[in-house]
Write a protein that binds this ligand. Structure first.
Ligand code: HH2
Length: 266
C-alpha cells in the first residue's frame, strides 16, 4: 500500500457518516441503510477522498456502545460499499475494525490512539491498513471536566509522538499513519483555537495531520450561530493553511470547493 500522504494528498476531505442515533450533529440521520449508502455515494461524488463510517458517538458525555451494537450499525453499510468506495471506520474496537477491514475499509480512525483495545494495533498491522491516531484527554464521559494544559500544542504533539512510536513498535509502518489533535476531545474553546494556531508543532512530527472541526461546539461558541456551515468551512481552510492534510467534514461539497481555492493560492 502506498504512503498515506500519497494516497490522500493535501488537502483531502474525509466525509463523516455517523450511523448512530445520537451523534451531535448528524445523529439519527443515517440510521436507515439506504439513506446511509446514498449519503456515502454522494460524498464521494462531491469529492470526498474518504468516507468515515462511525457506529459509536464520541460526543461529550456519551457512554459508548458494545461491540455487538457497533457491528450491527456499521457492517451493513460496509457490506454494501466496502471495496467500492474509499471507507474508513471510526472505532476503537478491534472486532469492529476487523469486520470493517474484511469488508474493504482502508483506514482505521481510532480516537483513543490505540489505548482503548489492546488487540487493535495487531488488527491494523495484519491488514496493512492506514491508521489515524487522535489525541483525547480522558474519555468521552469525562473529557470536558475542566481540561487543563500548560502548552496544548506541545503536550498534544508529545502524546502523539509517543503513540506513533507505539504503533510502529506494534508493526504498523509509520508511512501508513496520520495524526489528529482531537479538536473538542478534552479541550476548551481556547485550547482548540491554540491547537489550530500552532498546528505547525504537530506538522513538525513529519506525519500528515488530520483535523476535524466540522460542526463542533467551539464554532457555535465563537459565532453564536446554529448554522455552522460557514464556520466549519472557515475552520477547515484555517487548518489547511496551517498545514493540515486531511479535513474531516460533514458538508463535503462546500468544504472541497473552499479547499480547492485555498490550495490554488497556496
Ligand atoms: N471527531 C468526532 C468523531 N471522530 N475522529 C477524528 N479522527 N477526529 C475528530 O475530530 C473526530 C473523530 C466527533 O464528531 P462526529 O463524528 O460528528 O460526532 P459523534 O462523535 O457524536 O458521532
Amino acid at each position: 500500500m502506498i504512503a498515506i500522504e500519497e494516497r490522500f494528498p493535501r488537502p483531502s476531505v474525509m466525509g463523516v457518516l455517523n450511523v448512530t442515533p445520537d451523534s451531535f450533529s448528524d445523529g439519527g440521520a443515517h440510521v436507515d441503510l439506504a439513506v446511509a449508502v446514498a449519503a456515502a455515494q454522494r460524498m464521494v461524488e462531491e469529492g470526498a477522498a474518504l468516507v468515515d463510517v462511525g457506529g459509536e458517538s464520541t460526543r461529550p458525555g456519551s457512554a459508548g456502545v458494545s461491540a455487538e451494537e457497533e457491528l450491527r450499525r456499521v457492517v451493513p453499510v460496509l457490506e454494501r460499499l466496502g471495496g467500492r468506495l474509499p471507507l474508513s471506520v471510526d472505532t476503537s474496537k478491534a472486532a469492529v475494525a476487523r469486520a470493517a477491514l474484511e469488508h474493504g475499509a482502508i483506514l482505521v480512525n481510532d480516537v483513543t490512539a490505540l489505548r482503548g483495545d489492546p488487540e487493535l494495533a495487531g488488527v491494523v498491522a495484519e491488514f496493512g491498513a492506514y491508521l489515524c491516531l487522535m489525541h483525547m484527554r480522558g474519555d468521552p464521559r469525562t473529557m470536558q471536566e475542566e481540561p487543563r494544559y500548560e502548552d496544548p500544542a506541545a503536550e498534544v504533539a508529545a502524546f502523539l509522538e509517543e503513540r506513533l512510536a507505539f504503533a510502529v513498535a506494534q508493526g504498523i509502518p509509520e508511512e501508513r499513519v496520520c495524526l489528529d489533535p482531537g479538536i473538542g476531545f478534552g479541550k476548551t474553546v481556547e485550547h482548540n483555537l491554540e491547537l489550530v494556531r500552532r498546528l505547525d508543532v504537530l506538522v513538525g512530527l513529519g506525519r500528515p495531520v488530520l483535523v476535524g472541526l466540522s460542526r463542533k461546539s467551539s464554532l457555535h461558541r465563537l459565532t453564536g450561530s446554529d448554522d455552522l456551515l460557514g464556520a466549519s468551512i472557515g475552520a477547515a481552510v484555517a487548518a489547511f493553511e496551517r498545514g493540515a492534510s486531511i479535513l474531516r467534514a460533514h458538508d463535503v461539497k462546500p468544504t472541497v470547493d473552499a479547499l480547492t481555492v485555498a490550495a490554488a493560492v497556496s
